[in-house]
Design a protein around this ligand. Structure first.
Ligand code: PLP
Length: 830
C-alpha cells in the first residue's frame, strides 16, 4: 500500500486502541510482565530487582518512543527553525525516575511495581549513571535538554556515545585510583540503536583538484573511513507530550576502511585494524578544563561533527533545496569550542560538495553558529597543532587558512597594519608549534558569543577575547547558567517538592519556576518552618546512612552538614576548606570542656574526582583522608567535628547529597569560576551557601540577598593587585599555623604534602588562600551563629529555595531561544 494509505490504517488502529500504551497501573503491570518474559527473557514468576528495573525501563521506553515519533512527525510537518545543540559531553545521570516524572506516571509505576512485590525506589536504584561528561559543562547540557523538551522547543542534541564514561573513582588508603566505567555492560534500555542511520566519516588522505563544468574544485580523497551509527536517547518534556532527541554517535568499522590491507592478503590483521575504528568513540577524556593537541581527541571532535552535520543537512534537504534558507531553518549551538570543526566542515560541504561560491557559503555559515564559552583564562583556550590538523583533515586546514586570510584582510581595513593586534587575533598562532586557535575560529564565524554569567561576560570582554570585543561588541552576550528543577527538586527531593506544592497551592512551579517566589511570604511561618525542617531532617538521615555505608563513619544528623562536592581543582579551593577544618580542629583541641560545649557540631563532607594526571588535585584528596583519619579518631573531638570524603561523586550521588546538606561551599578564587551550577542545585534544595563573589554566585547574592548567605574573600577586580603584592602580607597568623601543621607532618605523609605547602608560601599563593583565609573563618563563624538560631536558619533556607527560580535552566533556555537562536516553541498537539 501507499505510505498515505498505511498511515491512515495505523491511525485508525491507534484510535481504536486509544493509544498504544496506557498508563494506568494495571496496563503498566501487564507491560512490565510482558517485558520480563519477552525482553529480559526471565520468567514472569521469578525475577529480581534488577530485572524489574529492566522491564519497567523498557515499558517506559515504549511510551517514550511513541511520543518521540509523534513529536518528530509534528516537527517535520510544521518545519520550524530547529536548534541543534552540539556538545562533546552530556552528563545525564539516571533516566528512569526523571522519565516517569516527566511523563506524569511516577505514582502509577510505583503502584504497578508494588502489586508485583517491588518498591519503586529500590528498583530505580538499580540503574547506573550515564556519565558521558566531566562536570559542570556536561551537566549543563543535560539540564538544558530537559528545559528544551519541557518548553516545547524543536531541538535536538548531538554528542558521542562513549563506551567508557567518566572513570569510577575508588579510594584506597586515601589515594584516588581510576577504574573504567564500562557503563553499557548491562545494556542500556534508554537508547534506540538506529542501524539504518549511519554515515561514513573520512580522515587523513589528501586534497586533489578536479574540473567541474570548467571550474576547478577541490576534492578530498580520504585515507580512512569510519562509520558513525546513531543511538537515539529520547528526552521527554514535563507537562507536555513533546519528546526531543539526544542523538549520540558510535564509531563502527566501515566497509571501505583501509581496503588496502585486505587486498594484500593479510586478512587477520586487516580485520583487527578494522576493529580499531571503534576506539574513536571508546573513551571520554577525563580532564574537565583543557584538551590540548591530542590526535584521538581531534578525531572524536571531527567524527561527531561530521556525522551530526551529515544528518542535519540530510534532514534539511528532505524538504528544502536552497541553502540560503539553511539559517532560517537551522541554528547550531557550540557548547564551548570542542565542536568548532563544524565551521570548516559546513564550509567544505557548501563549497566542495554543494558547489556554492565561497562568499555565499560564508554568508550562510556566519548566520548559523553561536558559541558558549566556558573559559576564563586565555591560556585555557583550545589549540590544535597545524601539523596534526593538516594530516588528519587536510581540506579543513586549507579552509581554515582561507577563512583566516579573508579575516586578516578585513582586520587590516579596520585597524590598519597593527601587526601585534593582527597576530593576537589571527586564527593561526605562529611559534614553536604552529597551531589553530579554535576560539578565534569560532568567534570569527559565530553571530553570538555567550558567557555563562554576567561576570564571565566581563572577563570575556576584558581578558579572554578583548580584541574581538573591541571589533564586534554586538556579538558578546551572557546567559547565566541554570539547572532544571525537575531533576534537582522533583526527582531528587520528592518530599520537599510536595511541601512546596502544598504551600504554593499548586504544582505549576515545576514548569513555571518563578512561582517559587511565592514561598517568600511564608518564610517566617512557624508551621511551614516545622514541616520544612522535618523534610530536611529525613534527607539528612538518608545521607548519614549513606555515609556510614560508604565509609563506616557514623555522623549525627543534629550536626551541621557542611558540603563541598565538585571536581577537585586548585581554583575551586578544596584546600582552603581543608585548612579551615584543620583550624577548627586545632581550636577544639585547645578548648576546655566548657568552651567545647558551645561548639556547633559539624560534619564536613567533601567529594569530587581529580583528573587522573592532575597531581596536586590528587594530593588534596589524600590530604582530606589524612586529616579525616586524625579528626574522626580523636576522642577529644567526638561528634563536634567529622570529616568525610564521599567517593565517586556523580549525578546520582549528587541527588542524595544535595537535599541532605545544610551549608554548601562554592569558594573559588574570584575570577576563576565561569558560572558554577552546583550552587544552584543546593540553593533549590534550601541549603545555605558559603561563597566567594565569583561566577553566577554574584547574581545569586543579588537575588536572595547577602544576609541570606555567607560571603567572603577578594572580589574579582581585587585579585590581580593582590597577586602582585603576594599573599604573605595579608595572610593571618592562623593560616601560617595550619599550613605548618601539614608541613610538619601532623597528619603524616610529610614529604608527599610538601609541594602542597610550598605552593602556599608568600608570593607563590596564586589562588590567594592566605589572603582569603581570615574572611573565610569569619564567614564560617557567622554560619555557626546562624545555625543555632533555628528560626533564622530555617527562614534563610526557605528564602534560598524561594529565590532559586532565576537559576532554572528554563530561564536560560528562554533567553537563548529569543536572543541567540531565534527559535519558537512547537508543541505537539496530541
Ligand atoms: N558534577 C556533578 C555530578 C554535578 O551534578 C555538578 C553540578 O552542577 C557539577 C559536577 C558541577 O558543580 P560546580 O558547578 O559546583 O563545580
Amino acid at each position: 500500500p501507499e505510505s498515505g494509505e498505511r498511515r491512515g490504517k495505523a491511525e485508525r488502529l491507534f484510535r481504536l486502541m486509544d493509544g498504544f500504551r496506557r498508563n494506568d497501573p494495571v496496563s503498566l503491570q501487564k507491560d512490565i510482565l510482558d517485558h520480563v518474559e519477552f525482553t529480559v527473557a526471565r520468567s514472569r514468576f521469578n525475577f529480581d530487582d534488577f530485572e524489574a528495573y529492566q522491564a519497567l525501563s523498557h515499558s517506559i521506553r515504549d511510551r517514550l518512543i511513541e511520543r518521540w515519533h509523534d513529536t518528530q512527525q509534528y516537527f517535520k510537518r510544521k518545519d520550524p527553525k530547529r536548534l541543534y545543540f552540539l556538545s562533546l559531553e552530556f552528563l545525564m545521570g539516571r533516566s528512569l525516575s526523571n522519565s516517569v516524572i516527566n511523563l506524569g506516571i511516577r505514582d502509577n509505576c510505583a503502584d504497578a511495581l508494588n502489586q508485583l512485590g517491588f518498591e519503586f525506589e529500590v528498583v530505580a536504584e538499580q540503574e547506573g549513571d550515564g556519565a558521558l561528561g566531566n562536570g559542570g559543562l556536561a551537566r549543563l547540557s543535560a539540564c538544558q535538554m530537559d528545559s528544551l523538551a519541557t518548553m516545547d522547543f524543536p531541538a535536538w542534541g548531538y554528542g558521542l556515545r562513549y563506551q567508557y564514561g567518566l572513570f569510577r573513582q575508588v579510594i584506597f588508603d586515601g589515594f584516588q585510583y581510576e577504574q573504567p566505567d564500562y557503563w553499557l555492560n548491562f545494556g542500556n534500555p534508554w537508547e534506540i540503536e538506529r542501524v539504518h542511520v549511519s554515515y561514513a566519516v573520512k580522515f587523513y588522505g589528501n586534497v586533489e583538484e578536479e574540473l567541474l563544468n570548467g571550474e576547478k574544485c577541490k576534492v578530498w580523497v580520504p585515507g580512512e573511513m569510519v562509520e558513525a551509527v546513531a543511538y537515539d536517547n529520547p528526552i521527554p518534556g514535563y507537562g507536555t507530550r513533546n519528546t526531543i532527541n539526544l542523538r549520540l554517535w558510535a564509531a563502527k568499522p566501515s566497509d571501505q576502511h583501509d581496503m588496502e590491507s585486505f587486498n594484500t592478503g593479510d586478512y587477520i590483521n586487516a580485520v583487527i585494524n578494522r576493529q580499531g575504528a571503534e576506539t574513536i568513540s571508546s573513551v571520554l577524556y577525563p580532564d574537565d578544563r583543557s584538551y590540548q593537541g591530542k590526535e584521538l581527541r581531534l578525531k572524536q571532535q571531527y567524527f561527531f561533527v561530521s556525522a551530526s552535520l551529515q544528518d542535519i543537512i540530510r534532514r534539511f534537504k528532505d524538504s528544502h533545496s536552497n541553502f540560503d534558507e539553511f539559517p532560517d531553518k537551522v541554528a547550531l549551538q557550540l557548547n564551548d569550542t570542542h565542536p568548532s570543526l563544524a565551521i570548516p566542515e559546513v564550509m567544505r560541504i557548501l563549497v566542495d560538495e554543494e558547489h556554492l561560491e565561497w562568499s555565499r557559503a560564508w554568508g550562510i555559515v556566519c548566520k548559523l553558529f553561536s558559541l558558549t564559552s566556558h573559559t576564563v583564562l586565555p591560556e585555557g583556550l583550545e589549540k590544535v597543532p597545524v601539523d596534526l590538523l593538516g594530516s588528519l583533515l587536510p581540506r579543513h586546514l586549507q579552509i581554515i587558512y582561507d577563512i583566516n586570510f579573508f579575516f586578516m584582510e578585513d582586520l587590516k581595513k579596520h585597524f590598519g597594519l597593527d601587526y601585534d593586534r593582527l597576530s593576537r587575533m589571527s586564527i593561526v598562532e605562529e611559534g614553536a608549534v604552529k597551531s589553530i586557535r579554535m576560539a578565534n575560529l569560532s568567534i570569527v564565524c559565530c553571530h553570538t558569543v555567550n558567557g555563562v554569567s554576567r561576570v564571565h561576560l566581563e572577563l570575556l570582554k576584558t581578558r579572554v577575547f578583548k580584541d574581538f570585543y573591541e571589533l564586534w561588541p554586538q556579538k558578546f552576550q551572557f546567559k547565566t547558567n541554570g539547572v532544571t528543577q525537575r531533576r534537582w527538586i522533583v526527582v531528587s527531593n520528592p518530599s520537599l517538592c510536595s511541601l512546596i506544592s502544598k504551600w504554593l497551592g499548586t504544582e505549576a512551579w515545576i514548569r513555571d519556576v518563578d512561582l517559587l517566589l511565592g514561598l517568600r511570604e511564608h518564610a517566617a511561618n512557624a508551621d511551614l518552618q516545622q514541616e520544612w525542617n522535618m523534610v530536611r531532617r529525613v534527607n539528612k538521615m538518608r545521607l548519614a546512612e549513606y555515609i556510614e555505608t560508604m565509609s563506616g563513619i557514623k555522623v549525627s544528623p543534629d550536626a551541621m552538614f557542611d558540603v563541598q562536592t565538585k571536581r577537585i581543582h586548585e581554583y575551586k579551593r578544596q584546600l582552603l576548606n581543608l585548612l579551615g577544618i584543620i583550624h577548627r580542629y586545632d581550636c577544639i583541641k585547645n578548648m576546655n570542656m566548657n568552651e567545647r560545649r558551645k561548639v556547633v557540631p559539624r560534619v564536613c563532607i567533601i567529594g569530587g574526582k581529580a583528573a587522573p594526571g592532575y597531581e596536586i588535585a590528587k594530593k588534596i584528596i589524600k590530604l582530606c583522608h589524612a586529616v579525616g583519619e586524625k579528626i574522626n579518631n580523636d576522642s577529644d573531638v567526638g561528634d563536634l567535628l567529622k570529616l568525610v570524603f564521599i567517593p565517586d561523586y556523580n549525578v546520582s550521588v549528587a541527588e542524595l547529597v544535595i537535599p541532605g546538606s545544610d551549608l554548601s561551599q562554592h569558594i573559588s578564587t574570584a575570577g576563576h569560576e565561569p558560572s558554577g551550577t552546583g550552587s544552584m542545585k543546593f540553593l533549590m534544595n534550601g541549603c545555605l551557601l558559603l561563597a566567594t563573589a565569583d561566577g553566577s554566585t554574584i547574581e545569586i547574592i543579588e537575588e536572595i540577598g547577602e544576609d541570606n548567605m555567607f560571603t567572603f574573600g577578594a572580589k574579582v577586580h581585587e585579585v590581580p593587585a593582590l597577586r602582585e603584592k603576594g599573599s604573605a602580607l595579608t595572610a593571618p597568623l592562623q593560616f601560617a599555623r595550619v599550613v605548618r601543621m601539614v608541613r610538619d607532618g601532623y597528619f603524616g605523609f610529610k614529604d608527599y604534602f610538601k609541594s602542597l605547602c610550598d605552593a602556599l608560601d608568600g608570593n607563590g599563593d596564586f589562588y590567594l588562600l592566605g589572603h582569603d583565609f581570615g574572611s573565610y573563618l569569619e564567614a564560617q563563624a557567622e554560619a555557626d551563629k546562624a545555625f543555632v538560631d533555628r528560626e533564622k536558619w530555617t527562614r534563610m533556607s526557605i528564602l534560598s529555595t524561594a529565590g532559586s527560580g532565576r537559576f532554572s535552566s528554563d530561564r536560560t533556555i528562554g533567553e537563548y531561544a529569543e536572543k541567540t537562536w531565534g527559535i519558537e516553541p512547537c508543541r505537539c498537539p496530541f
